[in-house]
Design a binder for this molecule. Sequence first.
Ligand code: HEM
Length: 460
Amino acid sequence: LRPHTAGPRDGVPVVDISATGPGATPIQQVMDLMREHGPVLLRRLHGRDTLFVADLDLVTDLADEERFAKHIGPALENVRAFAADGLFTAYNDEPNWAKAHDILMPAFALGSMRAYHPVMLRVARRLIDSWDRAARAGRPVDVPDDMTRMTLDTIGLAGFGYDFGSFERTEPHPFVESMVRCLEWSMTRLARIPGEDHSAADAAFRADAAHLARVVDDVIAARTGLVRQETGDLLGLMLTAGHPADGTTLDAANIRNQVITFLIAGHETTSGAMSFALYHLAKHPTALRLVQREVDALWGDTADPEPTYEEVGRLTYTRQVLNEALRLWPTAAAFSRHALDDTLLGGRVPLRAGQAVTVLTPMLHRQPVWGDNPELFDPARFTPEAEAARPVHAYKPFGTGERACIGRQFALHEATMLLALLVHRYRLHDHTGYRLRVKETLTLKPDGFTLTLTPRTAAD
Ligand code: HEM
């Protein structure tokens, strides 16, 4: 069975995938459809149409905040079933969006990254201890699982003063298992054929969502039990900070939704980004050498370097590696916008007021602006000169406009430091000759990616 192509509508190819459904990898399916039909297409599924775009001029137009705004499409509507009016899934005009945004912004200002730095380093050490044990035992490490342990513990401790203790568990923390199933439910629900019975899947989802809510209640209770509540972390701001304009605080239901949102948004995508970066480094000896040169220049053969906040800012090539990993596989791979009024997108695609358009970021990141060989992993694409020469909207792993990622600096600081520490310490062995399989659970991860490790010696 192949997708069926209907006649174009307004010049846009229409591809009906009802015969096959979107499968387990809907993002990669649309990527393939775009390779065949071009970077603008209407995907039809059981009579429901989604307009996907990746053309640079169209994405540039969609970034115009006067004419377009974030759209909560069917996938995020499903996520709303457990994150409701948390920052990620709030409607633009829901008063709690602006309120929480204004209250929480200070927690993501540059000065706050300095405050998170020691916690990030502490959790990085947990990962290193665990990888040292694996290296000594000659045991492979499961890269995405361990990256998830590390990012969950980091957001838990840095944001909420709550310790998930993920490295003391052989299995992922139950919060992660419930979360992954909730995200999978949000994704697979999109492919349902009208009239089918999904009551068992929906009951399982409700149980998982209830579990997430219980963990969140624990996180909040652990803090409100303390005498001092006014710490400057995320939870402190959520519980006590007044809005800069009118002094009102977030209500209890919204705090729950924010905690769930930040626990998920704050770790899942960063974990995938670091996993892809390690995958690329394991496959590209030249890039690996350049990261080694950078970290060795900073830390030489110090056995246990103590990176300072400023040093992480100097890891420019390591940061380029991460940027390039997020170009090829932006781990939150799509975001949606809607037109505020009837308009012509890019002067050529008619849209009605309220009509949605989904940007398929991995294909935007493979458009001609990226040169002749966009599939090639090449961190040199992110030198300051190359960045300055490129149109700003060619690269959108963190979304766009006022609804863009609030946690971008947090993610990049955490990930840059960890990657640098790992490359400084270990030789990475691609012991299975891993072939990339990208797993989709709304976000992207390299599936089943393992490495073996040996300590680097002065000669490496
Ligand atoms: C929003 C990507 C890390 C919290 C977004 C959006 C994207 C994104 C694409 C916009 C979604 C849309 O337009 O629908 C990523 C990636 C990350 C990352 C690729 C890691 C590499 C983080 C971290 C946090 C975070 C570490 C928190 C500590 C959020 C929140 C929003 C958001 C709360 C919603 C902002 C709003 O609408 O006001 N992220 N993110 N993200 N992200 Fe991230």
